[in-house]
Design a protein around this ligand. Structure first.
Ligand code: DQA
Length: 147
């Protein structure tokens, strides 16, 4: 029985994972990542739903209507620019983990800035697709240790 629900949200260009800049992002596809999260979620007792969009407004809408206990979000390039995504996450008051496949702090300077980092429950970057699994374990622990 999966008592908790975590909404996973992927931002722009992550639909291209598998073929997109594999040195930064690896060879696994978004479908692979989502499947692995469902399998890990079943072990932890967490129902996982996933959503990807290339559009900022669609990401905002998904956040606003999230019926979940928490969110795992890789906002991709919007990490560095989107006050709208920050405001949506603040509005719904759910715990969320910011995730990056790559270690953004080892990359170009414009990727060092995150609009979400100071309001996130936690941040995980640099572990490739495992960043998501680590985020799920971390958010699960956060949600269950609070109860
Ligand atoms: C990313 C890092 C961002 O800087 C970049 O724009 C992405 C992916 C990552 O997962 O490493 O699209 O969020």
């Amino acid at each position: 029985m999966n008592n908790l629900h975590i909404q996973v949200i992927h931002g722009p260009n992550l639909n291209l994972l598998g073929s997109r800049e594999p040195t930064h992002y690896g060879v696994q596809t978004l479908a692979d990542i989502n499947e692995e999260l469902v399998v890990l979620g079943d072990k932890l007792g967490v129902r996982i739903t996933s959503f990807q969009s290339n559009h900022e407004g669609e990401l905002v809408e998904k956040i606003q209507h999230a019926e979940a206990d928490g969110i795992i979000i890789n906002p991709a390039a919007y990490t560095h620019t989107s006050i709208a995504i920050r405001d949506a996450l603040l509005a719904i008051k759910l715990p969320f983990i910011e995730v990056h496949l790559s270690n953004v702090h080892r990359r170009e300077e414009f990727r060092h800035k995150s609009m979400l980092v100071d309001v996130a429950t936690g941040v995980i970057a640099g572990f490739g697709t495992q960043s998501y699994a680590l985020a799920l374990r971390g958010l699960h622990h956060h949600l269950t240790s609070k109860k």
